[in-house]
Design a protein around this ligand. Structure first.
Ligand code: FES
Length: 162
């Protein structure tokens, strides 16, 4: 996805706040992540151009810390719990069904920008294992069939207001 001119302007504004701050690479990237929701290769190139910090150093930071995302989240952010209880209750089968239903792998976003899949550790609802969450809403005792029907509903819907 190409960055808009407003996004690049925002990156410039953030960088300019740290003009006289040595070692500001991480705070700059954190603020970009907070303000824009992700740190794309284009944003990294802009930061490198403005700060003269090598882009390879910035990539190193963004790929090292899991808080950073290189691409925007999809409309539906689906987290699949792979904690012990969920793993024992069938998280792998749920994950496989999800990956097929939304046509993307865990750790990435579907081409239509609708779904981001992510494996996560225990999300604290072990009695409902296996558990997934969609934009923060918990769905428990999932099965491949339930996953397929949930994704069908989501494809027909809109995340706003849910
Ligand atoms: S292990 Fe999945 S919610 Fe705890």
């Amino acid at each position: 996805m190409l960055a808009s001119s407003e996004q690049l302007l925002k990156v410039e504004q953030i960088v300019s706040k740290y003009r006289d701050v040595p070692g500001a690479a991480i705070p700059i990237l954190q603020e970009i992540q907070n303000e824009l929701g992700y740190v794309s290769p284009e944003f990294i190139a802009k930061v490198a151009e403005l700060t003269k910090i090598p882009a390879s150093d910035l990539y190193g930071i963004v790929t090292f810390y899991s808080q950073f995302r290189l691409e925007p989240l999809g409309e539906y952010h689906i987290q699949v719990c792979h904690g012990t209880a969920c793993h024992l209750a069938g998280a792998e089968q749920v994950t496989e069904a999800l990956e097929i239903a939304v046509n993307t792998k865990c750790g990435s976003t579907s081409k239509d920008g609708k779904f981001t899949l992510e494996k996560v550790a225990c999300i604290g609802c072990c009695s409902l294992a296996p558990v997934i969450s969609v934009n923060g809403k918990i769905y428990g005792r999932m099965t491949p069939d339930k996953v397929r029907s949930l994704v069908r509903d989501l494809k027909g819907g809109d995340s706003r207001g849910k």
